[in-house]
Design a protein around this ligand. Structure first.
Ligand code: SF4
Length: 419
């Protein structure tokens, strides 16, 4: 992704130079081709939101497909804008989640980049759809579109939101929904839940989370051996393969490689002088632009809320339902403003951050934390300057490269003067 960055020498690394990435491509291809086996019966398929109860679905024998990952792929391949219009014409507003409109639009036009990437005929058809409202209501409407289209059931875990400190009653409430869900899913899977298998899958998710957290923690090293933009690529197994062994094996391989880079003091950004925190969604179609532009200024986005959102501290194989309930209700996007500020402060300290970039994503208010005074409050409390930047996860009409470059140059210059 950032291979062409002029800021790195052959001794330095970028995501294109992280050797493990070849293995990442292989395991993702395997996973997607698994929806369409050459031999034997086709698997039952569940579509799941990115922070939905994947462990339960895997344990019940479903192969899990994540439409948000497809939305991100449409963004990263810059195809999203070609498809959104079809969803808009059906009444899905251009102002709502562009993952949703790009994904639905591509579906209506029978298009998917998965065919080119993994050689599969299309998106796998669902037997069931499972969402969690822990991140936004959009996922519910998104999945209901497909439930109507495919005439299959859609089940939702309805989470308490704007959670400050998670109360035991809230955990009970979500855990009870997950248990009920297991009975409903059993009717579709044609099997009852094997509790040992669920414990095994939850343990694999726990290990994946720990290893993913270790990868992100390499950003604490000065100079950091990776960037937020590398993280956006490397996070795929934590999102779409958690609960499986290939995800665990992959992060072991990746982290071994990163450890070697840290031992050699390899820098992802040559002459790293400014350490940034990225708050909000990635701009999927502009990862290279940001990597090269910031890298060219000696600035590295060494940490982010987004990548850390798939570090789940709470999975516990001894208590699968309650630990899943806790893990999925406690995600950053689902917290109160005060809790978010507390978590952000801890991250800024942990990664020794010089400045914060807030991405105000036009079509995702839920993951844009710059609209209610948080940047100003955090800057006042920590003394760390911030920049609010307009853009979007997929809709590139909301982003101006020219304006952003000017803002970034001024911001990084300001930070350098302070250092
Ligand atoms: S959190 Fe934002 S990007 Fe994710 S599904 Fe909801 S609206 Fe879309």
């Amino acid at each position: 992704m950032t291979k062409a960055a002029k800021t790195r020498t052959s001794e330095e690394i970028s995501v294109g130079e992280i050797r493990a990435t070849n293995e990442l491509k292989r395991i993702l291809k395997d996973a997607f081709q698994g929806f369409f086996p050459k031999e034997g019966p086709a698997p039952k398929v569940a579509w799941c939101t990115s922070v939905g109860p994947a462990e339960l679905l895997i344990a019940m024998g479903f192969k899990v497909y994540y439409p948000e990952n497809h939305g991100a792929l449409l963004g990263a391949t810059r195809l999203a804008n070609e498809y959104m219009g079809a969803a808009n014409a059906l009444g899905y507003s251009p102002d709502i989640c562009s993952y949703l409109t790009a994904d639905v639009g591509a579906f209506l036009q029978h298009q998917t980049p998965l065919t080119k990437a993994y050689g599969i005929p299309g998106v796998p058809k669902p037997d069931v759809l499972v969402y969690n409202t822990n991140q936004c209501r959009e996922v519910q409407d998104w999945f209901m579109f497909y439930a109507r289209h495919f005439k299959v059931p859609a089940f939702g875990v309805i989470s308490p939101n704007m959670v400050n400190e998670l109360e035991p009653s809230q955990i009970d409430y979500c855990a009870a929904q997950l248990k009920d869900l297991s009975f409903a899913l059993g009717k579709i899977a044609g099997a009852t839940l094997d509790h040992d298998r669920l414990a095994e899958v939850v343990e694999l998710s726990r290990q994946t989370s720990v290893l993913w957290g270790e990868f992100l923690d390499f950003g604490r090293h000065k100079p950091a051996p990776m960037t937020f933009f590398d993280g956006c690529i490397q996070m795929a197994p934590a999102v779409v393969l958690r609960g499986t062994k290939p995800a665990v094996d992959y992060y072991r391989l990746l982290n071994d490689e990163l450890r070697a880079h840290v031992a050699r003091n390899d820098a992802a950004v040559k002459g790293e002088t400014v350490r940034l925190y990225w708050e909000g969604m990635p701009l999927w179609g502009k990862l290279r632009y940001f990597s090269e532009t910031l890298g060219g200024m000696g600035a590295n986005a060494v940490a982010s809320t987004y990548c850390n959102s798939w570090v789940f501290d709470d999975f516990d194989a001894k208590d699968p339902f309650r630990s899943m309930a806790r893990a999925y209700t406690e995600i950053f996007i689902n917290r109160s403003e005060a809790k978010k500020e507390e978590l952000m402060k801890a991250m800024l300290e942990r990664f020794e951050i010089d400045g914060v970039i807030y991405h105000d994503a036009k079509t995702c208010p839920h993951n844009s934390n710059s609209r209610f005074g948080m940047p100003q409050r955090l800057s006042a409390a920590t003394g760390i300057p911030h920049l609010v930047m307009n853009g979007d996860l997929c809709d590139l009409r909301c982003f101006s490269e020219e304006q952003t470059t000017t803002s970034l140059e001024a911001f990084v210059e300001q930070l350098k003067e302070r250092n």
